[in-house]
Every structure is written in C-alpha cells, then in structure tokens.
Design a protein around this ligand. Structure first.
Ligand code: GLU
Length: 464
C-alpha cells in the first residue's frame, strides 16, 4: 500500500503557522514511508476564498520547502462539482441520502426542541424508512440533500495521536450534504476528495475531530476502506491562548520570513511543537523525516516560544554555507543602502560575523560597516574617546600603513608593542579603533575586521 497524505488548506487569508505545522507532519509522514504528499485547495466557500490567498499558500509552501507530489495537478474543490454531483446521485439512488423539504421555520422549531431535549437537531422528518409515510412534497421548496446517518451504534476510530475516540451515532444529525442550490457542503467534499485522492492517512488539526464521525459514516456508506486519522493539537501563543493576529501574535508564515527566519529553521522549530525525539532540538529535515513517527506526537497543545525559535534560527544560520547565506543577505543589504558586496567579499564577512546574529536582518546589520563606516553613538564616544584618542589613532594609522603584510596576524602583532609605547591597556586601543573604523564598538575581533575591510579603506576611515 502506498501511504498517501494531504494538506488541505482553505484559501481564506494567510498561511497560518499552525497550518504549516500540519503540512510538515503530513509531508514528513509521507516522505518517511516513501509515499505521496498531496495538496488540495478547499475553496468551496466562494465568499471567503480568494485567488490571492491561493497564491499565498503556494508561495508559503515553496518558501518553507514542503514539496508536494503532482504539483502540476493540485486539486481545487471548485473544479470538482461535477464529481460531487455524481456521488450525491449515487447516494440518493442507493437510499443513503434523501431530499429534505423543511422550511427555515420548521428547522428553527426543531432546533429549539432539540435544545430542550438534548438530542440531535434534525427530527428526521423526511428520512425514508420502511412503513413510514413522508409528508406531502411542498410545491415551492427546493430540497436539500441529507445523509442518512446510522441511528444505532457508535462511530469509533483509533486516532493515531489522540487514541480511541467514540461518538454515539444518536448524537449525529442527518447532515446536509448538498444545499438547496445543489452545491455540496464541506464535509461531503472532503470525503469525496479523500476517497478519490486515495488518502490513506488524514493528518489535520484537531478542530476537525467533530467532523470525523460524519465523514467516516459517509465513507462507510460509499462502501470504501477508511483512512487512518491523526488529529494534531493546537499551537498556542506564549501566553497559552489561541494564536491570533489580534493579540499581536505572528501568525502568517511570510511574516516569519520577513523577520529573518530561515525556512528550514522555521520547519525545525515547528517540528518540535508537539513532537520530540529525545532531547534533540537542532536537526535537518532529512533527520526529521528519518525520526518522525505519529506515535511521538503529543496529544496536548504546545506553546510558541519566540526565544527558542530565534535560538534555533541562529544555529541554522551558523550551519548555512557562506555562499548560500550571501544570497539571502545581499538583498537585505541593498535595502540598507549597500549595493556593493565584492570588496570585501560578502562570503568572507559572513564567515566572520555569522555567529553573532539569530536572524537575517540583524545579520545584515552586522555586515554594513564592512562596506560603509557608521556614525558612533554619543554614548560610545563618551565611554571610549577622550582628548588623547584622536592623535593616538593617527599614530596607530601610521603603524598600520607601515605594514608590508595585511592580514589579521600582522595587524594583531602591532597591538602589544603599540600599547606599551603609549602606556595604555588594550581596551584603550581596541575600542576607539572600532569606533574610528566601523562606527560601532560591537564588532568581532578587530584585527580580523581590519584585515577584511582592507588597508586603504581602513587608513582613510581613521584619518578622516
Ligand atoms: N480545509 C480545512 C482547514 O483548513 C482542512 C480540512 C482537512 O484537513 O480535512 O482547516
């Protein structure tokens, strides 16, 4: 049997990080079992679905690098109405579904009654049963189609994350599977799609647990084998509440990109929300696929921890080859007004500074002074610069100028004798030198920085 999973987002806004985590687990499960991972766009809610959101989803999937199979044949529910109609007709013909002509008022009255009795809402008025006489068909009502949910027994499944879940069928309504205008409803479309796509494992958010018994009953009526289900618990925000834009949480996957998070760091972090492999925090997606198992997914919700996300991101930045990093930093430097990144070579700069940042924006900031001198802050000047400093820096510039070799070691070898000559401690040379050359006191080892910036530029900066 080929394992087949799917990610089925509704294109009604941005791509939520909870959605990406769901996609990630479905993807990893399929990849681990050499199966297929499919994408399905659930766009039947015509009022809320937009083409723009579809693009946001596709871009988001591309950005994180979750590749899906049959990429040129992504399933869109709106393109499948004919097929849904076909299955509706089959169910009607087999007596598994029926027309219901209830008016709004009748349904309202039933709802009130059901609330009082604590039963399922619909009183099965139009459900055909042997020996039962149905009401006369009203002339002016377009019927909906309802599914004939079993009345007796329970619907039970062994959820691969939550364990056994059992719902008495008496608690389930004869749900509407097609509206009066003929359009199929959500749960019905999902069932037909999962069936047609040959989905073997439905991995999705646990907000769908209530839909599962309805879907299982329809699948049974269609006479098909049931998929396995795995419902993933929610990701909560740092305060333990539902993640929402309104509470100021970052929710859209693209926003994390703008914050300078690397896509594979994002996935590494999301993988750890609700899943663990011992104490491993930092890993590659190859390792994740190898290690992933649904039985290790926790049934309780997990919490966002931005500090940890940044830490993991920093680790991935360090592990990223300099040439790849340069591709990501170059556009960020351009935004910061630095277009030229050849002298010094950005890759060499990154090699020196990449362990100093936990996001790509901060990392880009760390690169600027290699290309342009910044202006020291008032506070730094007060701390590190006094009336002797300027003349001393000029004297040091002369020493630098006299060097025949320009490399960190040669520059470093100047420090000790110069400090002795001047009768100062190293801090009185290093800090003002940083301010004079870089405009900031926070740099890596200053000999390495000077070596990279280049002799001519260093002398110019000090002397100016
Ligand atoms: N479209 C649903 C959602 O975005 C997913 C449905 C499913 O996975 O079965 O929550």
């Amino acid at each position: 049997m080929t394992i087949r999973t799917r990610f089925a987002p509704s294109p009604t806004g941005y791509l939520h990080i909870g959605g990406v985590r769901t996609a990630l687990f479905s993807w990893a499960f399929a990849r681990k079992h050499k199966g297929e991972f499919l994408l399905r766009i659930e766009d039947t809610d015509l009022e809320r679905s937009t083409a723009e959101s579809v693009n946001i989803i596709l871009d988001g999937m591309r950005w994180v690098g979750l590749d899906y199979d049959n990429a040129d044949n992504v399933i869109y529910q709106t393109r499948r109405f004919e097929r849904y109609k076909e299955v509706l007709n089959e169910l009607l013909q087999q007596g598994q579904a029926y027309h219901c002509y209830c008016s709004k008022e009748e349904l309202e009255a039933m709802r009130e009654q059901a609330e009082k009795n604590g039963t399922a809402t619909y009183d099965r008025r139009w459900r055909p049963e042997s020996g039962k006489t149905l009401p006369p068909i009203p002339a002016d009502v377009e019927p909906v189609i309802r599914f004939k949910t079993p009345i007796e027994g329970t619907t039970t499944w062994y959820d691969l994350v939550k364990g056994e879940i059992s719902i008495p069928n008496s608690a389930l309504d004869d749900l509407i599977i097609a509206r009066a205008d003929g359009t199929p409803t959500y749960n019905f479309c999902v069932v037909v799609d999962d069936y047609d796509m040959g989905v073997t494992h439905v991995i999705r958010g646990d907000d769908h647990v209530n839909n599962t018994p309805k879907q299982i009953n329809i699948l049974k009526a269609m006479g098909t084998k049931l998929p396995e289900y795995a419902h993933l618990p929610m990701i909560l925000n740092e305060q333990g509440k539902k993640i929402s834009k309104r509470s100021g949480d970052t929710v859209a996957i693209t926003d994390f990109g703008q914050m300078g998070i690397l896509p594979h760091a994002m996935l590494n972090y999301l993988a750890r929300l609700g899943w663990a492999h011992g104490d491993d925090e930092f890993f590659t997606m190859k390792q994740f696929i190898e290690w992933f198992d649904l039985k290790d997914v926790s049934p309780s919700p997990s919490r966002m921890d931005m500090k940890k996300l940044y830490w993991i991101n920093g680790e991935h930045i360090k592990a990223t080859p300099d040439n790849e990093l340069a591709e990501l930093i170059r556009p960020r430097l351009a935004v910061r007004g630095v277009e030229e990144t050849e002298k010094p070579l950005l890759e060499d700069v990154l090699d020196l500074v990449k362990d100093r940042a936990q996001d790509l924006n901060t990392l880009a900031d760390e690169c600027i002074y290699f290309y342009q001198k910044g202006t020291p802050s008032e506070a730094d000047m007060q701390k590190h610069w006094d009336e002797d400093t300027q003349a001393r820096m000029l004297r040091f510039a002369d020493k630098l100028e006299a060097l025949s070799d320009w490399n960190p070691e040669a520059i470093h070898d100047l420090f000790k004798p110069f400090c002795e000559e001047e009768g100062i401690k190293m801090g009185k040379l290093g800090m003002p030198l940083r301010l004079a050359v870089c405009g900031t006191a926070k740099t890596p080892s200053i000999d390495a920085v000077l070596a990279l910036i280049g002799k001519e530029e260093v002398l110019n900066r000090i002397r100016n």
